[in-house]
Structures are given as C-alpha cells and as structure tokens.
Write a protein that binds this ligand. Sequence first.
Ligand code: KIV
Ligand code: ZN
Length: 524
Amino acid sequence: MTTEDKSQPAGERVLIFDTTLRDGEQSPGVALNIEEKLEIARALERLRVDIIEAGFPASSPGDLASVTAIAKEVRGAAIAGLARAVAADVDACWEAVRHAEHPRIHVFLSSSDIHIMHQLEKDREQVLEMARTMVARAKKYCPDVEFSPMDATRSQPEYVYRMLTEVIKAGATTVNIPDTVGYTIPEEFAEFLRQIQAHVPNIDKAVISVHCHNDLGLAVANSLAAVRVGARQIETCVNGIGERAGNASLEEVVMAIKTRPDFFHLSTNVDSTQIHRTSRLVSQLTGLTVQPNKAIVGINAFRHQSGIHQHGITKMRETYEIMDPRDIGLPAGAQFVLNKNSGRHGLKARLDELGYEITSQELDRVFVAFKDLADKKGEIDDRDLDALVSGERRAVEDVYKLDLLQVSCGNQAIPTATVRIVGPDGAPRETSTTGTGPVDACYRALNQLIGVPNQLVEYAVNSVTEGIDAQGEVTVRIEAGGRTFVGRAADTDIVVASARALMNALNRAIAHLPGERQEVMSNP
Ligand code: KIV
Ligand code: ZN
C-alpha cells in the first residue's frame, strides 16, 4: 500500500490509557500543582484518550485532591486512580474517582520474586491473597477494576498466570502486564502475552493491557508488538515521560497505528490533531523539554534539511513524509507570527488556537509581557508565546519576586550582582555578591536572600527561537529537602532568565516544603 492509503478498514479499537498525570508525574523533577493537572486532564479529554490515570490518591493529600477534581470535571474518558493492594489505598482511590462519569480503580502488586522477597518481604501465597482480596474490595465499589502484576516481565510466568486467573475471578476487568523496568524485547514480550492467553483460562473476561518502560528504548516497540498478539489497551504518557527513561510515548503509539493500518488493522479513538498542542502543554508544565529529534513531536520531526529532500517535498509531500503534519495539529506552511502592532485581540485569538485556556487577568499580564518582548525582538512566534504564557503562569504562584537585578562583569572585572527581591510580606530585600561569573554571582545573592538550602544539579540555556535577538530559556534543577525542583524562565537577557529560573525553582520548593518556608520567613 502507499503511505497515504486510506482505503484500509479502521480495524478493532485499541484503548489508550494515559498515565501522564501518574507515571509521568513521577518523572524526576516534576511537581505539578492541581491547576496544572486539571489543565493537562482537559487537554487529554480533548485528545480523546479512553482512560486518564489521574494520580495515586493514597500517596498524598495533594494527589487525592487533584484526582477528585479531575473526576468531578472531566467527561468522556474513564478516570482511573492507582492503588497498592492495601485497603487504605483502595478506599482512598474510590473516594477520589467515585465522582467520575466512568470511574476505574487500578490495583497493583508485584509478582516477581525479586520484589516479593526483597521489597514486600512476603511469600508468593501471601501476595496472591492480597491481590485477590484487594481486587474484590475494589470491585465492591466499582465495576471497572484494573489489576497490574508489577514487574511481570521478570516474574515466573506460571505465577503470573495464577495471579491473573485469581484477580479476574475476583472481578478485574482489565489485566495490565507491566514491563516495569523496561527489560523485555518485542518478540519475547509478544510470546509472553501469547502464553498468558494460553494459560489463563478466564482471560477472555478481561481486556489485556500493557505498560512498557523505556529503559532500553523499546517501550513503543514492545507495546506495538503486544497489540499484534491481542493486547487491546496500551498505557502511554505524552512525550514519553515517566519513571526513569519514561513510558511508551502516546504520540508514537497512536501515530504508528494510524499510519500503518495495513500492518496493524487497528485504530484508536484519539484525535491526533490535538497531539502537537498537548505535547507542548505537557512540556511547558512539567519543565521536561522535548528533544529536537523526538519522533512526531520534536521540533525537527517534520523539517527537511537536505536539498534533495526539500526538492522532493516541494514536488510531492509524500516523497519524504509518511505522515501529514496537519494530522498531529501542526499548522500547514509558515509559522504564525505576531509583532508589536498586534493587538490584545490578535494575541488572544492565537493563544486560543494554540489551546491555552487563558483568563482575562492572565491575558492582561501576558499582553504586557508580549508588548515588551515585541519591542525588543520584533517578530513573536508560537514558541515565544509558549515561553511567555508559562513564564507568566509560573510567576503568579511565586512567593518571592525579582524586583531588580544589576550585574557587572567582563574579562577585566570581578563579576558582581546586586539583587533585590520582594517577599510575601511585600518588603524588599537587597544584597550584592561576587562570583565566578555573572550567573554565579546572581545565584549566590538569591540564595543569601531566600535562604532555602539547596544544591543546583542542572543548569541549561536554550534559545527559544532562532536569531541573535532570541529569548534564552533557562531550565534549572535544584535539590532541596530531599526532592528535586525544576525552575524555568525565558528572557532576551539570559542572566535575567537565569535569575528568574532559580527563583521559580526556589518558589516551588517553598510551596512543597512547608518546613523550609519557616526558615525563609525568619530570614532577614
Ligand atoms: O511500571 C509499573 O509497573 C507501574 C505499575 C504501577 C503499573 O507503573
Ligand atoms: Zn510504570
């Protein structure tokens, strides 16, 4: 068939279970607040995923609140919550998801000996009993129950078959086979699923799902191998984020199935035209940048550098493109550009098109920042707008705000920064410090003023757009109170962007570590 053959029948449906808000949120450095989680959940609703795993309600009061809020608001998709196989988790999960149109409780329990013996410190029979009773408990609350034997791919297969048989008897309607540590290989995984189908007598009573991690870069390949042999739910994260190397990427799974109906004879319910904007939103809110060459959503995914390719594309797009960029929601043709003559209305219209749900107060602030940036750099494209909106949103939550920053540096000078910030009491605090360079001087000053003990573990500057007048976007990662916090900021002056990014990370640390805040409040 040709790459654009639409004559293939749609085929059987594969359910897309999105866990960006649960496994994705477990990515190191990611800490989303409730508003950010709701915004991602709304984007997933528009994307038309079948199931949204909204969080792990028993893990923290914040997760309980955010899963509850999502269950109350989001319609269409089923809303799942994760629960360990213990009564308190199952009860908390139900408490949160019960408000959903279609609630789901997702119970998990390890099945590998390495987890059973060293983590759970139990034996196989005890674990089997926990799985059975907790699935039965979940079933009393909710007709839709999923069960995952964690680390299934490193478990004794016969034990997994027994566990699945028992949980299906107890009421599980979906059995999810996790490759928790990203260990399996496509052919091997497909064979494991075939054996599950052969050895679990009641398997026809449950949907088979897969949850693959990307430690060997095989999460998508393993997931696709699984649907070839009968799995009908794939667990994914937008941009492939998640624990360690992440999970199977939603956009890669969905576009593989859509692009190759001749091979898979399957379909999903996902509206692929929402992929691009959802990917950008998740990247902005999590602070996890998408690598330029990332399949489907990387900035280079539809760019052609070689003259021969460009020549081919201008004659016929299909010469070097297997997907139509419009299918993932990329605007056809040139990037949309605004400038200093663009009005509030034009800005709002473009932000709407990009999928931002922006309040009129937010728009007021973004418009001021937009005018300021347009004065400095002339043309403002979608990437600038992303940086502006996320900068304004992040700044709103900040307890400490940057008021003044002056830096002197040069090849004959001692880099010195004078910094003034305004704290929650509205009082300015100012200090001057020297450092090895302007950013170091500025960071020393901010750390003195804010007083949250932390270690800078990553500092990166990227250009938001091309050109010497481009904004520099700074991403920092700090460790404070045993957790990692990401800060991000963009400005045409990279020292200003650096200062704001550190302040953003410190403000996030303060919001999540109340003890540290005490120290801050008593700081002069
Ligand atoms: O990777 C894993 O095993 C999980 C389970 C909770 C499904 O995330
Ligand atoms: Zn996982």
